[in-house]
Design a protein around this ligand. Structure first.
Ligand SMILES: [Zn+2]
Length: 440
């Protein structure tokens, strides 16, 4: 490893090095990395083979220098290329040529670009490559003819897993495990119907298998959660993403949908201003009478969602209710929405609606003191408290798809059991094909 002709000083240094090596049980490389300049000098680095110039954006950079930068605020192409020996005439020619491919006016701040220039004194640019998004790049070829091409990057989908044990909140634990806020939201949505996220306990556990979109090894976004696992106070609840027929949903280990047939509330963000009650002082009529609905205070125009799939049986106006919509969900359940400012487009008697669909907008038509939604819920013809009624689950896996589901479930459970709670994001290879793990 060492040169033969070494001086006294270096000899001393070597003995020091040996000493350190023995005492600290370090390799030479480690010792040299420990910032001891005299020693570092001695380590003869193996002659590095000249690394081949990288190929970037499909361009060989052998004889080119690479400059990577980000477009500054207010900066345009001619300002950028001005530093790289490109004349204004060339730039305006380039602008003309690029119009149909990627107009240079669309070059905007904070996006990355790369310049490949000659190693001459003028740093004459040969290529300007601009990245309008993570998945696209535009090559402005500045040599001779001037060519502009827009290229798409290959987006890979990688299956990943995260797992964790909750100490403070699900959010903290999932982020710590390598997840994102987006993933937390999606996870919360999946379990929202079956789990009160406010009641999560320290020690509760989660596992998640999801898709991540990757370009050049860099994550550019999350795909959907394929399956999830949650352990609350020792009870296991799987969420297995499964498609039956045209609809996709998450089902537990018994094949039951994690969703309810009804949303708990018809407004996404609102405040209950008056609850269901057998006896309430009516603010307009100034007398006690039953209030067989739930009032939600909200701004004018807030979208009102139908809480479940169904058929509109009434969409009309009367003096008390103002504009209102009544929806029959099935032979057991009917809901009604009052005091709307207007109906959503296409909502009329006879129209079919899907859970979560906007059917109208908050207003104060009819007997109302201010903008609010009065929401009414019937079960078997009787008005009940929508906030207290036990809501039925959405349809389970059908008999027809049960076999297929059982297979997916088995594969998912095996996959989940192979994930450990080490707090690190894990990449899943050969996912879903770990049949051999069964019963382990
Ligand atoms: Zn009301």
């Amino acid at each position: 490893m060492f040169k033969r002709s070494i001086g006294l000083a270096t000899l001393i240094a070597i003995s020091m090095l040996v000493f350190f090596t023995v005492v600290q049980n370090l390799t030479f490389e480690k010792a040299s990395a420990q910032s001891k300049p005299t020693i570092t000098k001695l380590v003869v680095k193996p002659a590095k083979p000249k690394a081949p110039a990288p190929v970037i954006y499909g361009i060989k950079t052998d004889s080119l220098a690479i400059v990577e930068a980000t477009v500054k605020r207010g900066e345009n192409l001619s300002e950028i290329l001005d530093n790289y020996n490109i004349s204004l005439t060339t730039i305006s020619e380039l602008a003309k040529k690029s119009r149909e491919v990627f107009n240079v006016r669309r070059i905007s701040a904070n996006r990355n670009y790369t310049i490949l220039h000659l190693p001459d004194s003028g740093k004459t640019a040969q290529y300007f490559i601009y990245e309008p998004s993570e998945t696209e790049y535009v090559i402005y070829d500045l040599r001779g003819e001037l060519n502009v091409t827009l290229e798409q990057r290959k987006v890979d989908t990688v299956e990943r897993a995260v797992a964790g044990i909750i100490q403070n909140s699900l959010f903290d634990a999932l982020i710590e495990a390598g997840g994102s806020a987006q993933l937390v939201n999606h996870f919360a949505d999946i379990y929202a119907w079956r789990l009160d996220l406010n009641r999560i306990q320290p020690g509760d556990k989660f596992k998640l298998i999801y898709d991540e979109h990757v370009v050049n090894g860099q994550t550019i976004g999350f795909g959907k959660i394929k399956s999830a696992y949650f352990e609350h106070e020792g009870k296991e609840l799987y969420a297995i993403g499964f498609q039956q027929g045209k609809s996709t949903g998450y089902y537990d280990q018994e094949g039951k949908s994690l969703k309810r047939a009804f949303l708990r509330e018809p407004l996404e963000y609102s405040r209950v201003s008056s609850r269901f009650s057998k006896k309430r002082f009516h603010p307009v009529q100034k007398r006690y009478k039953p209030h067989l609905g739930t009032d939600f205070a909200a701004r004018y125009g807030t979208p009102i969602r139908t809480v479940g799939d169904g058929v509109v049986v009434e969409a009309k106006y009367n003096r008390g209710n103002g504009y209102y919509v009544k929806i029959k969900h099935n032979k057991t359940y009917t809901t009604q929405y009052l005091h709307m400012s207007k109906f959503a487009r296409g909502v009329r008697a006879g129209s079919r609606v899907k859970q979560g669909q906007t059917i109208g907008y908050v207003g104060s038509t009819g007997l109302a003191t201010g903008p609010h939604l009065c929401y009414r819920f019937w079960k078997n013809g009787r008005q009940v408290d929508a906030l207290r009624v036990k809501l039925p689950s959405a349809d389970p896996v059908s008999k027809k798809h049960l076999n297929e589901f059982e297979q997916l479930k088995e594969a998912t459970i095996n996959q989940m059991q192979a994930i450990n709670y080490d707090g690190k994001q894990q990449e899943l290879l050969a996912s879903g094909k770990q049949e051999s793990q069964k019963g382990a």
